[in-house]
Write a new protein. Structure first.
Length: 106
């Protein structure tokens, strides 16, 4: 995104060029020059301040996180039934739930 786009987004959010200029350390005519294309460069500090101001009014949403793969590499919902039941359901280790010294069949 270029400086002009950032400034126009902020103006659409209700800020004036004078308010933007005051927030980033430029005069209103300097902000106007950026919007009109009379200049397309600015000092580093002012550019950083403009980006920070834009993020304040137009935050970047966090990226969506992909679902983790299972140990088999097939995705979280494709695990085998024994893996989904937990380690106690693995072959040779019994299964079910123990309650008060008794074993219930799962």
């Amino acid at each position: 995104m270029d400086w002009k786009s950032l400034i126009l987004d902020l103006c659409r959010s209700g800020l004036t060029q004078a308010e933007i200029g005051q927030a980033i350390g430029l005069s209103q005519p300097a902000v106007s020059d950026l919007v009109r294309g009379r200049t397309n460069t600015m000092q580093w500090d002012a550019g950083d301040a403009l980006i920070a101001l834009h993020r304040k009014y137009h935050p970047i949403p966090p990226p969506s996180r992909p679902r983790p793969l299972s140990a088999s590499g097939r995705g979280a919902n494709t695990a085998s039934p024994t893996a989904a039941a937990g380690p106690s359901a693995a072959p040779g280790q019994g299964g079910g739930v123990k309650t008060a010294g008794k074993r219930e069949v799962a």
